[in-house]
Design a protein around this ligand. Structure first.
Ligand code: ADP
Length: 580
């Protein structure tokens, strides 16, 4: 049972154990609710008629009251036990599941995120896990508890008097079979509803992200029309899925009432024939009003399980996605980065890199050049193992990156990319992210070298200033200087610079250059700089066009070639700048 739950509800072992315990306590709780009724019968049938003296009456009556109280306490005890077992394990499981998924996301290749929407993943992390939380805390324990108690009661009442037992219970298997047969129908409509709910949520997020563009391009009407159409579709599908569910839940619960009718008919006939006592007949009528509640609960919770099928599938898919793995304990004798006949595509049949080969040597600056979109950033991303190549291999010090744990790779390189990620924390903590164990002096020193110090000191709380989500309160140049400070602090053998100086003004650019030249000494530097002036000092240039390497060599050598890409880009850009 525990393994079954682990597999089908993708739960941890401890939570599955908690759920089984909770379900059993739930069954005992439902069964214990029948105790007061059994006591009434016993008292009326066996005790009352035999009492002769007042003394006996008082004694038996007190005993009955005591037993009733005891049965209440037993019910309360089971209720408490099921509540703690189920809810404690549920909340632990939800927390554990979110942590497992977050860990998983960290280890997935970035290619995974090219196929998935961000809001899709966020929805799985939050909403889907909430649905599973409901399954675990309510649906499963209530269903199992109700099913066991209904079964025990059904067996009991059938043994007591099989004729009346059949009259009460015949309808139960019919309703359960109908509910089970409706599974695919219910799941289909629920899934369609979930899908359109996702689309609404994707669209909402996209609209918020692009609000400025929507206003700037006068797209408000179009965006509202599209959004309304999506909402309407979601509403329609929601109604259909609700109807599909309620037909079977309410229909099943109504159908169960037929059992009450047959109990009355059979009971009346048997009573008139004299083969059923009035008291027993009345007891069966009471039982008939009680036994259908747990069966109705089974029907309702089965539908709840169908409701959880789609979120369960999505969470399971995420948990089973293939991670990037590899050796953690790798000894590097050198930090040369080698691209060996590398091809790569983000989306199938759209090649971005084709047969790219070059070596970025340790102690040298290798600059990738070429027109926008030719694949420079993609090559840099392959060097960090954000993605694995589709063909060929990328190696560091002779080790294929495919065999190295991404965390090991990341611990050996720093990046200063265009899209700097800053966290909603203080500036100090954002710089310290480069190296967690850095001292305050080291953080300040890195900040000075990257020329961050001057603008940070002008901020109201200096280094303790909160910088807002993704550095919203900082300019592009300031953000990039922070990321340079981080790289300086991390001080790794490999440095990747992408547009390192793109958002800086001329004065800052030369300051940064001074900082960077300290940083890059003796390191493997792979640089993508669009400004030709900043790459004049590179040892090797790799010219790329449409994902292919078209030339390699030092700036001086390439300058000498009359039709080199470098020469063309340089004259184009410097000419423009001079003309501008
Ligand atoms: P560069 O750095 O030379 O400007 P990129 O490496 O950023 O070029 O992009 C190369 C090509 O890959 C472009 O056509 C770009 O649209 C595409 N591309 C970049 N990132 C992605 C992505 N995450 N998913 C799909 N295509 C991408």
């Amino acid at each position: 049972m525990i393994q079954f739950l682990q597999k089908h509800l993708s739960m941890g072992h401890k939570s599955a154990q908690g759920l089984v315990k909770g379900s059993l306590y739930n069954a005992l709780y439902y069964i214990s609710l029948m105790l007061p009724m059994s006591l009434v019968y016993y008292f009326l049938e066996d005790v009352l008629p035999r009492m002769k003296t007042d003394q006996e009456f008082v004694f038996r009556y007190t005993a009955y009251a005591g037993l009733s109280l005891l049965s209440l306490l037993i019910s309360a005890f089971f209720y408490y036990k099921q509540y703690t077992a189920v809810f404690v394990s549920t909340y632990e499981e939800s927390e554990g599941r979110r942590i497992r998924l977050a860990e998983k996301l960290r280890k997935l290749p970035l290619s995974f995120f090219s196929h998935k929407d961000l809001s899709d993943i966020t929805n799985t992390m939050m909403e889907d896990i909430n649905v599973l939380e409901g399954l675990q805390s309510h649906a499963v324990p209530q269903m199992v508890g109700s099913a066991i108690s209904a079964l025990v009661t059904a067996i009991g009442v059938t043994i007591w008097d099989w004729r009346m037992g059949l009259a009460v219970c015949w309808i139960i298997p019919i309703v359960l079979i109908l509910t089970l047969l409706s599974a695919n129908f219910q799941k289909k409509h629920l899934k369609r509803h979930f899908e359109s709910k996702r689309r609404v949520s994707d669209q909402t997020q996209e609209n918020i992200e692009h609000m400025a563009d929507i206003h700037a391009n006068n797209l408000t009407e179009r965006y509202l029309a599209e959004y309304k159409a999506l909402l309407k579709e979601e509403e329609d599908r929601h109604k259909i899925s609700e109807i599909a569910m309620s037909i079977f839940v309410n229909g099943g619960q109504s159908l169960l009432k037929l059992g009450f009718a047959t109990t009355v008919i059979v009971g009346t006939i048997l009573f008139e024939q004299g083969s059923l006592s009035l008291l027993k007949y009345l007891m069966y009528l009471i039982i008939a009003t009680r036994i259908y509640d747990p069966v109705g609960s089974v029907v309702y919770n089965l539908s709840y399980l169908y409701y959880g099928a789609a979120p369960l599938e999505r969470t399971g898919d995420l948990e089973e996605s293939e991670e990037m793995s590899g050796e953690s304990d790798v000894r590097f004798d050198s930090f040369d980065i080698e691209f060996d006949h590398v091809s790569f595509e983000y989306l199938e049949d759209t090649p971005v890199l084709q047969d790219v080969s070059f070596t970025a040597k340790q102690g040298e600056i290798t600059a990738l050049i070429g027109p926008s979109g030719c694949g420079k950033s993609t090559a840099a991303k392959l060097a960090t193992r954000f993605y694995d190549p589709t063909k060929g291999s990328v190696r560091i010090g002779g080790h294929d990156l495919k065999d190295i744990n991404p965390e090991t790779i990341m611990s050996n390189l720093s990046m200063v990319f265009q899209d700097v990620i800053l966290f909603d924390n203080t500036i100090y903590e954002n710089i310290k992210l480069g190296r967690k164990d850095a001292t305050k002096e080291e953080v300040l020193e890195a900040s000075r070298l990257a020329h961050c110090d001057e603008f940070i000191r002008r901020l109201p709380d200096g280094y303790q200033t909160m910088i807002g989500e993704n550095g919203a309160r900082l300019s592009g140049g300031e953000r990039q200087r922070i990321s340079i400070a981080r790289a300086l602090l991390k001080n790794t053998p490999i440095l990747l610079l992408d547009e390192a100086t793109a958002s800086l003004d001329v004065e800052n650019e030369s300051k940064i250059q001074a900082g960077l030249s300290r940083l890059i000494q003796g390191k493997t530097v792979l640089m993508i700089a669009h400004r030709m002036r900043t790459i004049e000092e590179a040892d090797q240039l790799v010219g790329m066009v449409e994902g292919r390497v078209v030339e390699k060599g030092s700036p001086e050598d390439l300058m000498k070639k009359p039709d080199s890409l470098y020469r063309k880009l340089r004259s184009l850009q410097l000419g423009d700048e001079e003309a501008g």
